[in-house]
Design a protein around this ligand. Sequence first.
Ligand code: GMT
Length: 375
Amino acid sequence: MKIAIVCYPTFGGSGVVATELGIALANRGHEVHFVTYRQPVRLELLGNNIHFHEVHVPEYPLFKYQPYELALSSKLVDTIKLHGIELLHVHYAIPHAYAGYMAKKMLEEEQIHVPMVTTLHGTDITLVGKHPFYKPAVTFSINQSDVVTSVSQNLKERTLEIFDIKNDIEVVPNFIDKTKYSEAFTDCQRALMANDDEKIITHISNFRKVKRIPDIIRVFDKVQKEIPAKLVMVGDGPEKEGAEELCERLGIADRVIFLGNSNEIDRILCFSDLFLLPSESESFGLAALEAMINEVPVISSNTGGIPEVNRQGITGYLSNIGDIDDMAKNALKILSDEKTLRTFKDNAKKVALTFDILKVLPLYEEIYKRAYEKR
Ligand code: GMT
């Protein structure tokens, strides 16, 4: 099929999922067109089957807010017509489903019918989308989508609680591509980060409030009082500066490494012993899944869709939001004994493999086929 994918091109989970999905679809012979304001971060190669169309929003002094939705919907109309696109898959409802709906309507004027699949990712529902400023538009665009998917059962339930949804919501979980994690990749370069006797704990995110960054620092502080350890913080966002200050105040700045945004997540996870994800809310926790496929157990909060990924006592532990004592205790339980750590590492990979893209891709293909047939 000829598929247009709309997503955020940044380091956020929804953009990563959209990009990896697009690459996998192209590898299966589909023609994939990404439409967004910048080349997605994980889209390194534009091959024969993969195209990228940049949305430009010209600055005009009259506008206090530049109208991205308008530019996106116009770009979609042009791209769909020019390339004979058969289906539109938008990731993250705001404003993508809204812009997609406008594009659909404009195309219908010319007797072109393109179905729209909307995938809900999390904060588009649980944080931003439910705000009264956005809620009517989000409800409308979800209801106008031909098929709606959510990345976890929990997100589906939350969506039905928050919005008046008339559509069915199909759960299609996030995934990993196991071919990228070949056994041959053993060059972990652990020595770059820590001494042999130190355990390496990692966190990766966009450093927003919802990630509860101070909890990470405080859990690590407790752990490093008991065993030699380093904390590797990957990503960037509004909470980063405060986190650096907190490390200074706790006197652990020399044991915490802030790496900023990285395209080498797998290399970092390769030398990690434990992953921390104490988020306030998390629809799925793709970062946890990426840790797990790299044999890194997860200490997380017990919230949203995380329990669908991180299994209590098997791949890691889940605690109540903000219970840093319990998180530190569980981290030490895993890290203090090599045999226990090995078991958790093996389990993490085993469970992560159940989210193989080869299982998830056919679900999307079936949805596309169904949406196309009912257009
Ligand atoms: O806050 C983030 O982690 C970014 C956000 C996004 O949409 O880019 O992530 C959401 O979508 C991911 C991919 O489906 C999920 O794995 C994350 O759990 C979800 N984040 C939240 O719900 C906070």
